[in-house]
Write a protein that binds this ligand. Sequence first.
Ligand SMILES: NC(=O)c1ccc[n+]([C@@H]2O[C@H](COP(=O)([O-])OP(=O)(O)OC[C@H]3O[C@@H](n4cnc5c(N)ncnc54)[C@H](OP(=O)(O)O)[C@@H]3O)[C@@H](O)[C@H]2O)c1
Length: 235
Amino acid sequence: MNKTVCLTGAAGGLGSSFARVCLEEGWQVLAGDLQENARTEMLAREYGEAFAFHPLDVSDPESVRSYADWVRARTAQLDLLMNAAGYYTPNSNRRFEEFDIEKSMEMYSINALGPLRMLQQLLELVLASEDKVVVNISSEAGSMAGSVKHTWRYDYGMSKAALNLATTILHRQYREKGIRFLLVHPGWMRTEMGGMRATLEPEVSAREIFRLIQREKHCLDNNLFMDYNGTPRPW
Ligand SMILES: NC(=O)c1ccc[n+]([C@@H]2O[C@H](COP(=O)([O-])OP(=O)(O)OC[C@H]3O[C@@H](n4cnc5c(N)ncnc54)[C@H](OP(=O)(O)O)[C@@H]3O)[C@@H](O)[C@H]2O)c1
């Protein structure tokens, strides 16, 4: 039977690249994002029924519920839940004095709570698979001990640090049921979020993350937080 992945942020730079890798490997891709774009339309044209798209706003509980209904109508099991949707705003680049704290809530809702909403709705399907892998795309910006020396990115960094903590709790709770959680820093990628000065193509990151998942999928005692190539990240 073909493997099935549920993928958020599927219209984005990393998400669409990851969808393509999965499709090349023969997987069924159930994709979600705020809206379709040229990238998702091309995947649908190239891969037909193996790539299906449904609108999804991970910050909206009702949208996540109806997306999950759509997923359940297409599969009885999810081999991989990949939370790649992410949000970043110019407010994140501001120094503390100019930073608009009240604008942080949306980022928190998308980056930290979105993956939790997704898993809560799709948990039974993840548990029904043999692989049981959940990948939450994190960031070096969420690391407190890392080498990053930014004096900005309060909301973005906080949202990813919160995602990291939530994922460690989930790992403790679901380890004995066999769910392998991974928190992956995908590298500084040349995407809408990463900008054109970034050093890594999202296609390269996506392929490495796919390989990483295959290596790590049953290793429940290994690190949770790592780079796209498997290098451990300090918390
Ligand atoms: N690029 C980097 O250098 C970098 C570094 C570290 C971590 N990351 C993380 O990597 C992941 C992918 O980022 P990317 O570089 O591929 O960025 P991207 O190209 O901007 O893709 C992010 C996707 O998430 C979608 N999205 C935003 N809000 C959403 C919501 N509420 N519900 C559903 N989808 C939503 C975006 O839709 P719209 O475009 O319509 O807003 C976009 O398609 C993110 O989690 C990001 O935080 C990226």
